[in-house]
Every structure is written in structure tokens, then in C-alpha cells.
Design a protein around this ligand. Structure first.
Ligand SMILES: [Zn+2]
Length: 430
């Protein structure tokens, strides 16, 4: 057997196992057990700290990220002013500017151990500039980060002229997930029709679905019901995700008791976006103000895969954020009042293993045979990682350290290798 390329010594794993050595050969994890005798070309002393599979963001908008303030800031901070602002910005967009901002964000993401992102990309611009730009970015960052793209008809599949043809063109170009926004169509009936049509397109093409669904405080916004029913009708179980689902927060409890079993039958994936939902929902309320996040603990208890997404970073909808999925999970934990020990661990899963399942990532995890992608955190366990928004001491991709903390008191020792951050802009095609 050839010498391993990398051994991480004395790691604690998210499941609580301590003193584990992680042996990496040819970009894959070969072994995970205590006290491995072999020596490797490169060794990292984890010193008992937590090694986790990378963070995964199941819901993002890479085409608008880092555009905050262009052409002006969102004064009200509302969803509708955000959509209007994006409309003002669109005519002035260039593929180069979109790609440059996306690459900058990927740089931030990698530095924070976020190595897989599902991004919606607006297909309502007839030039498909953002699609073209993000497909190029996806290829460019592939050695470091998995970028999965969703064809997203931001202005409505039926409401926006030509949206279906553009969505199909985006799929032809290589966008791999079918998106939608039924609550933005003109009527409930149009919303349901858009869900049906989009699920049929996904079934015909063998693609997954991930829709913005019921991002509303209206308890009668029930497109998730149609999404689940169409999933079952077309045999798409396990391939369909409902993002946001904020109207579920305001729905009648009796109706929800019928809805959740239907969602379970459809094996629907769920993505809540806590930073965005807590700021955008409940805006028409006086007091008490609703929180407007979907029913995360109840959906988890029903056995559904629930992830937390970042959704926005410094764009027309949200002027904050930094690509830190521990901040996202921390907000989700607080909004959902998931402060029990098991519940906090479930919030850590909601930014790691759960979104990895929704994205269908191959070889994700810390078992032998998995891709050697992982993050060394300055924390003893997942709950401490959440509490501290723990520093990323080292980020490893396919067995190579691609980002590392530059702190002098870092426990990390990398013989012959200087601590550095990946910078895609300088690296070109790598
Ligand atoms: Zn979104």
C-alpha cells in the first residue's frame, strides 16, 4: 500500500468519537480510526478539535450576491422593494460583473469551509447573462467548490413573457435543477398551474426540482400542497425540494396536520432561510409580529430532510451576511427555539449532512471511501462550533489544504506550506 497523502491526527468527529486519525489517499478517505501507525507526506495535528464534513448551502442567489447598493440600497428592507430593485439593476448587468462578484463570494465561502452551494439563477432575462456567467463560474471553481444551479423564473413562469422558453434554454445549457416561484404568479390557480408544468418538465428531463414556494405570510398560500401532490403523481419522490415554505408558519394547525403527511409521502426536501425569513416576513404585522420561518422542528420530527440556506449575502434583499453557515444555523436555532442539546445538533446537521442529501452530493461524509473534503474547526463539538461560530483552522478538499487560519496561536502545523486563502480571481482556471 502506498504512503498516505495526508493524515489528520487526533480529531473529534461530529458523532462524538474522539482521538480519530483520518487517513487520506488519492483524494479519498482511506481509514478513520485511532492511532494509525503509517506516516504521510503531510500531517495535521487536530489536537482533539472537531473535524466535520464541509458546510453546504442548499439555497443561495449567486447572480445577485455582493451587489448591495447597486443601483441604490433597499430603503424599506422588504421583499417587494428587493424584487423591484433587482429589476432596476438587471438592464445594467454584465456577465463579467456577475462572474467577478460570484468568484469573490466563492473565495469567502471556501475560507469558511463552505464547499457546496445550490444557487438559483434568474432565467427571466432574455439574454440569460447570469446563466452564462454562472455556468462559467461553476466550471472555474469546480476544483474547490461544488456549485449546483437552479433555473429560477424570478418574475414568474406564467407571469413573465417567454419565461418557459428561457427556462428550457437554461436547462439545455447545463443548468441542472428546475426552479419556480408559484406564490409570485398572478392568481392561486396560475401558481398551481406553474407548479404542475415545472414538475412535468423535471419528470420529462429526469431533473430535480427546487422551488421558492409560499414565501408569504398568507396562511392560504398552499402551493406546497400542489408541489407534494405533483411529486407523488409524477413519481418524483425524493427529488423535489420546497424552499422557504414560510406560509406554513401562519397556517391553521388542523390543515398542517393533513399537509405534513402528504409532504412525507412525497419525501419532500425542505429549506428554511432563517436570516432572510426573520427579516422579510411579518412585515405587515403590527404586534405581535410573526417570525415567518417554516415549522422546522415539526418537519424534522416527521422525518423530512430539512436544511438551512443562506439565501442572500449583500444583495437587494439583504445587506448583511458573510458566507458563514454557522451564523445561518445559529439564527435558525434561535428563531425555531431549538435550544435542546439534540435540537442544537440537528441545527448543525441542517448546514452539513442534510443539505448534502438534498443536493445529492456524491461521496459526502467522513466514512472510508468518501471524498477527502472536510473542515477542522476550533471547537470541541458541534454545539460549541455553533456557540463560537468557530474559526476554520483548515479547509481540506480532495486531500489538499485549500484554506487555513493564519493565526499565530493556531494548533495547525503545515510543514512546508504557508497558511493562505484561496483566491479564485488570481488563480484563473487553476
Ligand atoms: Zn431564494
Amino acid at each position: 500500500m502506498p504512503a498516505p497523502d495526508l493524515i489528520v491526527r487526533n480529531a473529534t468527529l461530529p458523532d462524538g468519537r474522539r482521538g480519530q486519525d483520518i487517513v487520506v489517499t488519492a483524494g479519498r478517505i482511506a481509514e478513520v480510526r485511532p492511532a494509525v501507525a503509517a506516516e504521510a507526506a503531510q500531517e495535521i495535528d487536530a489536537a482533539g478539535q472537531l473535524v466535520t464534513p464541509p458546510f453546504v448551502d442548499a439555497h443561495f442567489h449567486m447572480d445577485s450576491t455582493l451587489s448591495h447598493g447597486l443601483p441604490r440600497v433597499n430603503r424599506s428592507g422588504t421583499l417587494l422593494e428587493g424584487i423591484a430593485l433587482w429589476g432596476e439593476l438587471k438592464p445594467d448587468l454584465t456577465a463579467e460583473a456577475i462572474a467577478a462578484r460570484a468568484l469573490e463570494y466563492c473565495d469567502w465561502a471556501v475560507a469558511r469551509g463552505l464547499l457546496a452551494i445550490r444557487s438559483h439563477v434568474d432565467v427571466c432575462d432574455p439574454r440569460l447573462l447570469a446563466v452564462e456567467a454562472l455556468l462559467a463560474v461553476k466550471r472555474q471553481v469546480a476544483p474547490w467548490l461544488d456549485l449546483q444551479l437552479v433555473a429560477f423564473p424570478q418574475d414568474g413562469l406564467l407571469r413573465s413573457l417567454g419565461a418557459e422558453a428561457q427556462l428550457l434554454r437554461a436547462l439545455d445549457l447545463g443548468v441542472e435543477v428546475v426552479g419556480g416561484i408559484p406564490h409570485f404568479e398572478r392568481t392561486m390557480a396560475d401558481g398551481a398551474a406553474s407548479v404542475r408544468r415545472l414538475c412535468e418538465i423535471a419528470a420529462e428531463r429526469g431533473l430535480p426540482v427546487d422551488m421558492h414556494c409560499d414565501e408569504s405570510d398568507d396562511p392560504l398560500s398552499r402551493h406546497v400542497e400542489t408541489l407534494a401532490a405533483e411529486t407523488v403523481r409524477l413519481g418524483l419522490q425524493g427529488r423535489v425540494t420546497g424552499s422557504h415554505l414560510t406560509s406554513m408558519h401562519s397556517m391553521d394547525n388542523y390543515y398542517v396536520s393533513k399537509l405534513i403527511p402528504l409532504m412525507v409521502e412525497a419525501e419532500l426536501g425542505v429549506v428554511a432561510n432563517p436570516l432572510i425569513n426573520i427579516t422579510l416576513q411579518g412585515r405587515h404585522d403590527t404586534y405581535p409580529k410573526r417570525r415567518g420561518m417554516t415549522r422546522v422542528p415539526e418537519l424534522m420530527a416527521a422525518g423530512l430532510t430539512v436544511a438551512f440556506g443562506h439565501d442572500c449575502v449583500m444583495d437587494p434583499w439583504y445587506g448583511l451576511g458573510s458566507g458563514d453557515m454557522l451564523e445561518v444555523a445559529g439564527m435558525g436555532l434561535h428563531v425555531a427555539q431549538m435550544t435542546g442539546v439534540e435540537a442544537m445538533r440537528a441545527c448543525f446537521d441542517a448546514v452539513t449532512v442534510n443539505p448534502a442529501r438534498l443536493l445529492g452530493l456524491e461521496g459526502y461524509g467522513l466514512a472510508p471511501g468518501c471524498r477527502a473534503d472536510f473542515v477542522l474547526l476550533q471547537a470541541a463539538d458541534p454545539v460549541e462550533a455553533l456557540r463560537l461560530r468557530a474559526e476554520r483552522l483548515a479547509v481540506v478538499r480532495a486531500g489538499r489544504v485549500i484554506a487555513a487560519a493564519s493565526r499565530r496561536d493556531s494548533v495547525l502545523t503545515l510543514p512546508g506550506q504557508e497558511a493562505r486563502r484561496v483566491d479564485f480571481r488570481r488563480r484563473g482556471d487553476g
